[in-house]
Design a binder for this molecule. Structure first.
Ligand SMILES: *Cc1c(COP(=O)(O)O)cnc(C)c1O
Length: 381
């Protein structure tokens, strides 16, 4: 698999999704589908580069959306299964959502009662599900723990309303974040001990996302067995997985350039990208993004603090060291910046949004979208 030819990049900053790496992820997810019988759909929240959806749709069954706009994109571009969940649907959007979704997932019995008849009237063949909260999670970070204390996401067993079971086609849970199959086993045990008696008679159970299936240490064979065993226990019920991150995981970099180098107690390089606007999880999670050829501070000969081009004091990627001194104009390659990056980008401070590009299987750079002043202006008035 050929790497990106960085000499071909006409400008920075640029996200470059590598088609061959994306396809490798999709093929692994397809192996899970084929060997376990589960259906995998893409969670648009984590990866929504729709110029790749032709490829994604060759392997996955469709998309999971968190509201009207994601559902519209799923219907318009991939046009396979569209599953739409929202923590709370709105009166003025529910009918359009019902029209374009194959499957609607309510967050609470209250939302179910409010909308069920209207949704069925508009789309009689729509499947209806309820998201439940198994109240078990080993999610590493509170910000990303859907089963944390006082969580609003999903219905707990205490709030479950048995009167709706006969109208449900499915149950959904989503409790994981970047986790391996052992975490799923824990969640499934909690889910089945609480909601197990409601499963038979349903068409499907959706195991949510957060399965880090495409990470090298993920135990794919064990996942396949867990799904097969679950299906065997429940009359061969359909199982869905809806990963986002695992689809875009390690499929390409964000390439940026050094704009200036200054000194204030230490060497500081200012880049033409922003941690705050373009790599928000490095600050929110937080985590340290890898830079190709770099080390920890002090590990290599030349250490720099890398900062973004917004005026936010904390817009800092971290301290990194390099074998050679950095020069103005050098390109730096932030690895693995395709999931949960451009889907969260902002035009904060008017900083230009990075270009979206694909490195094709034929080793060509295909620029799919360049952004400009209008994108900033149109979000304001
Ligand atoms: C975020 C989310 C996903 C995808 O999670 P990943 O961690 O990206 O795999 C799936 N389902 C729901 C309901 C979500 O909120």
């Amino acid at each position: 698999m050929a790497d990106i030819d960085f000499s071909q990049i006409p400008h920075t900053p640029m996200y470059i999704c590598q088609e061959a790496l994306l396809e490798k992820n999709l093929q692994l997810l397809d192996r899970v589908q084929k060997e376990s019988g589960a259906k995998v759909i893409l969670a648009l929240k984590g990866f929504a580069m729709w110029s790749t959806f032709d490829l994604v749709g060759q392997y996955l069954h469709g998309c999971t959306a968190s509201g009207l706009h994601e559902a519209k994109l799923a219907r318009e571009i991939m046009n396979k299964e569209v599953h739409t969940y929202s923590p709370a649907f709105k009166e003025d959007e529910i009918e359009e959502i019902a029209c374009i979704s194959d499957d609607i997932v309510f967050n609470s019995p209250g939302q179910f009662h409010r909308y069920y008849d209207r949704v069925k009237a508009i789309n009689p063949s729509i499947s209806v599900s309820l998201r439940v909260n198994p109240e078990y999670s080993s999610s590493p970070v509170d910000l990303y723990n859907p089963c944390g204390i006082y969580s609003r996401l999903g219905t707990t067993i205490a709030n479950f309303d048995k009167s709706i079971v006969s109208k449900l086609d499915g149950l959904n849970f989503h409790a994981l974040c970047e986790q391996n199959v052992d975490a799923l086993e824990g969640v499934l045990e909690a889910f089945e001990s609480k909601f197990g008696s409601y499963i038979d008679g349903l068409k499907y159970v959706n195991f949510g996302g957060g399965h880090h299936i495409t990470r090298t240490d993920y135990d794919v064979d064990r996942l396949i067995n867990v799904i097969r065993d679950f299906k065997a226990r429940h009359n061969n019920i359909t199982v869905y997985l809806e990963p986002g991150e695992a689809v875009g995981w390690q499929t390409g970099p964000l390439v940026t350039s050094v704009l200036d180098i200054i000194h204030n107690g230490m060497d500081i390089a200012i880049l033409d990208t922003s941690a705050e606007a373009h790599m928000p999880d490095t600050l929110a999670m937080p985590y340290r993004a890898m830079i190709r050829g770099s080390g920890e501070a002090g590990e290599k000969a030349h250490t720099y603090r890398l900062g973004g081009n917004t005026c936010l004091a904390g817009d800092i990627m971290g301290d990194y060291s390099f074998d050679a001194p950095l020069c103005i104009g050098d390109k730096l390659i932030f690895e693995d910046q395709i999931h949960y990056t451009f889907v969260k980008n902002t035009t904060f401070n008017g900083v230009k949004l990075p270009t979206l590009a694909v490195w094709t299987k034929n080793n060509q750079l295909k620029i799919v979208h360049e952004f400009g002043y209008e994108d900033y202006k149109n979000r304001l008035s």
